[in-house]
Design a protein. Structure first.
Length: 147
């Protein structure tokens, strides 16, 4: 099972905003450069996050993007659901509306169990947790310069 690139990049963008922004807007170019992401792709993801109330765009001089949520309150699950629009790991979960075989399909129970487990893990990790982990890793990372 894979977490989509969209979710991974959106999580990295949210993390970058939490690390840099606070209440100050951060330029999309800065986020893209720091996270080694495509500006165009990032723009699309930030619009989705904005439409879900997770980030706010600020226009004009000194503009950019900033978090619209408290990093202690937003979970990775929130980001996942905002980007994917659903929480199911497979499309057939969700009853007869999604799968005509739902009342006879034994595998749906397995997909539901996997989905629940994944969402439980994502729910346990906040954006603030990721900020703390990043800061800890940065403290222990030493650059090696060669001439």
């Amino acid at each position: 099972m894979k977490i989509s690139t969209k979710v991974r990049y959106a999580t990295r963008a949210m993390l970058e905003l939490a690390l840099l922004g606070g209440q100050s807007p951060v330029l999309i170019e800065t986020i893209a450069k720091n996270q080694d992401l495509s500006k165009k792709y990032l723009e699309t993801l930030l619009n989705v996050l904005k439409n879900n109330g997770m980030v706010k765009s600020v226009r004009g001089k000194g503009g950019g993007y900033r978090l619209n949520v408290d990093p202690e309150e937003v979970t990775v699950r929130d980001i996942y659901v905002a980007i994917e629009g659903t929480h199911a790991v497979v499309e057939c979960i969700g009853g007869e509306d999604h799968c005509m075989r739902s009342d006879i399909c034994a595998t749906q129970e397995l997909w539901n169990e996997i989905t629940d487990s994944l969402l439980d893990i994502l729910e346990r990790h906040t954006l603030a947790d990721l900020v703390r982990r990043t800061q800890e890793k940065q403290r222990h990372f030493h650059f090696m310069y060669y001439i």
